[in-house]
Design a protein around this ligand. Structure first.
Ligand code: ZN
Length: 337
């Protein structure tokens, strides 16, 4: 694990002469992905001028998810599990053996992903600080609490998954370093999270600058119980992980961000009824074209190097999966490893 000095933490003051970095505003932070200065994107969002990483000043918290997403999430979870099974040396059976290492989902919410994993015979465990309905997770292996505090000190996992959770974390640097520490050698860190390269985010940013703040604030879940704290694209996510850990990228792709099933519920849970009635037909029509545009959800998978001498050893040789890094982004290339 790489050390994470104070310079990588949120809140580091700018250098004495910000202009030497091309800063045009007076941001109070440096980029967590590339350490360049942040510039003001909105009164409550800072953006890296070099790599486009964004961070908000919204208050983190646990809370309810977005309504109307079950159909979309379940479909995406099956894709995530397919990719995990492909990348593990012995496929899904890696997670099916009793007594063997298994999968941890951080922020398992209603347990949908755990159920999908369990149906494949995987030994899956969830961590959730805010269980709304214990009946939903009664037959699942779920711990109440936060990552990593609620875990056993020596617990290690074959796979650690964040589904729509990583962007909510107040200290992503500490989190990714802890993920690396908690993975077995050869284990996978799976990040399913929003992408600022997505067409909806790309459209919302200029609208926000024009004074139409609704879509932009909705993307960040501003005003909701658990707003987004960070926003990555595939490139700066790789830079971020590379800067703070020894984890290696083994997969990068996109997941669908919009499904027509549940669309009304999703819109009406976020906007007043009159706004929802106006938005719904527009969103319905737009959904047919969105599948052809860059998605607002990315899936990135990183692997801890195999180490025969223990998980604190630096990587001495590329792992089996490193040779098959692939990306589902047409113009995106893997960084040299
Ligand atoms: Zn940056």
């Amino acid at each position: 694990m790489k050390s994470t000095d104070e310079s990588s933490r949120i809140g580091r003051p700018l250098a004495e002469n910000p202009s030497q970095h091309g800063a045009t505003a007076t941001p109070q932070q440096r980029c967590l992905a590339c350490d360049e200065p942040m510039v003001s994107e909105a009164s409550w969002v800072f953006r890296c001028g070099a790599c486009n990483f964004m961070i908000s000043t919204l208050s983190p918290g646990a809370g309810r998810g977005v309504a109307g997403l079950e159909s979309l999430r379940l479909r995406n979870f099956e894709t995530v599990l397919d990719r995990i099974a492909e990348l593990l040396p012995t496929g899904a059976s890696d997670l099916q053996q009793c007594g063997g290492a298994h999968l941890l989902e951080v922020g398992c919410a209603k347990g949908w992903f755990l159920k999908c994993a369990s149906l494949r015979g995987m030994r899956a465990e969830g961590l959730e600080p805010d269980i709304e309905d214990t009946a939903l997770v009664r037959n699942l292996n779920v711990r109440v609490g936060s990552f990593p505090e609620a875990l056993d000190p020596d617990a290690r996992y074959r796979v650690i998954v964040f589904n729509d959770v990583f962007e909510h974390l107040p200290d992503p640097v500490q989190a990714i370093a802890e993920v690396e520490r908690r993975l077995e050698p050869g284990g996978l860190a799976v990040l399913n999270l929003p992408s600022s390269d997505g067409v909806i985010c790309r459209a919302a940013r200029p609208l926000n600058r024009l004074g139409l703040a609704g879509p932009y604030e909705r993307l960040w879940q501003k005003g909701m119980a658990s707003p987004h704290i960070t926003c990555f694209n595939p490139g700066n996510l790789r830079s971020f992980v590379k800067r703070h850990t020894e984890l290696q990228p083994v997969y990068a792709g996109a997941l669908p961000a919009v499904s027509r099933r549940g669309l009304w519920k999703r819109i009406s849970s976020a906007y007043p009824r009159a706004t929802s009635v106006a938005l719904f037909p527009l969103a319905w029509c737009a959904s047919f074209g969105l599948g052809l545009c860059p998605s607002d959800i990315q899936l990135a998978i990183f692997q801890k190097a195999q180490s025969p001498n223990g998980d604190s050893e630096p990587p001495s040789a590329p792992s089996a999966a490193l040779g098959k890094f692939r990306t589902a982004f047409p113009n995106d290339q893997a960084e040299p490893v």
